[in-house]
Each structure stands twice: as C-alpha cells, then as structure tokens.
Write a protein that binds this ligand. Sequence first.
Ligand SMILES: *Cc1c(COP(=O)(O)O)cnc(C)c1O
Length: 229
Amino acid sequence: MNSPANTPDSAVNVAENLTRLQARIATAAKESGRAAEAVQLIAVSKTKPLSLVQAAVAAGHACFGENYAQELADKAEQQAAEWHFIGPLQSNKVKLVANAASWVHSIDRLKTAQRLSSMRDPALSPLNVCLQVNISAEPQKAGVQVEEVEALLAQVSALPRLRLRGLMCIPAPDDTNAFARMAALAADLRAKGFELDVLSMGMSRDFESAILAGATHVRIGTAIFGSRQ
Ligand SMILES: *Cc1c(COP(=O)(O)O)cnc(C)c1O
C-alpha cells in the first residue's frame, strides 16, 4: 500500500492512485485465473469531500462506496455514479439509501431488507444486495453468523424489489483464511441452489489476498483517497 498518512485532501492524486490500483487488481485477478474485468473496484469515499469523488469521475471511475446513509444520499444527489452502501444500516436510515444506492452490501437482518424492498422505487431496477457475514465470529460485530446465512438468504431472496447477489465480509485482521472460508461458504450455498455471483471482500490492506481467494468486488478507500481523520 502507498503511504498516504496525513496527506491533505488537496495533495491526493486520485487519478494516479486509481491507475496504480487497477494494475494491481488486474495482476491479482490474472493470478487467480480470471480477467481483470472480473473484479470490480469500489472506491470508498466515506468522509472524503465531493471534490475527490469528482476527481475520480474525471479519471473515468464512477463506482463508489459509502458507510453513512446521509452522506451517500447527499453525494449521490450531487454526482451521478453507481453508489454502493457498505456500512451498518439502521432501519430509520433505510429511506436515505433505498433509491439513491444501486447496491447495499451490509444486509444482516430481515427487517432492514424488507424495508429496503418496500421503499425501492418500482421504476428503478431492483436493488442489488449482499448479506454481510460475521466470518470471524467476532462478538458485537455486524454481520450474520455463518450458521444463519442460509436461512436469511432464503428470506431475502423472496423480496420483490431486491436482487440478491452474494456475500460480503470484513474479517478480523488476524483471521488469515477468512477469505477462503467465504469462498467455500458461497460455493456451498450455490450447490444448494442460491444464485450468488458476488463476493465483496478486500480493503486497502488485504485486497490482493481477497482477489486470490475469489473476490469479485473490492472496497478500497485509503489507497485511493488518502487516510481518514
Ligand atoms: C472504510 C471501509 C472500507 C475501505 O477501507 P480502506 O482500508 O480505507 O481501504 C471498505 N469496506 C468497508 C465496509 C469500510 O467501512
């Protein structure tokens, strides 16, 4: 990873960081036996100003991730792009992302999924969703426990305005084979008939190992936009 510690926003070269990252993503994808296009880069712009989002758009990148519902809604209103919601989603914030986002990666409760489905504008295509898995079984962490994934998948896949795509995780830093377990879990669920084409895993510090394990979507903030306060 490059060393963006305490770099002011104005000094971050978003275009250069994106070019360097896409090259690393392409290399890791090829090592995993896939084309570069098989791995989608989600540029995580949380807490960063719209000017940096616009710098990425000017460089040809228009796929962003946000953690805070209000921040996603505000940025999406000002910049057309493919917006991915990746943070914890409280029921009372669902309305902010149901139509502003194209994707929600962090479903871990049926109630949130039901609200998203009922609030999604029928004129829009169905909202793409992933279930967040607490793959390292950390107490007090977001995500469904591994044993509960199948039951929730079955319920979420029945909701009309959602399109269930796959699984997402944020492993514990010392959990070295978490990505492999995610891939195995997804394969197991596919064998049971679930159509899952997405594994959303890997951040600035670990995206290459995530891709080698089969990630289709990597969520990268710091290595593109610099460190966050
Ligand atoms: C912040 C965040 C990221 C990006 O993290 P970096 O280390 O800055 O690349 C990815 N996924 C989620 C869910 C996040 O909250």
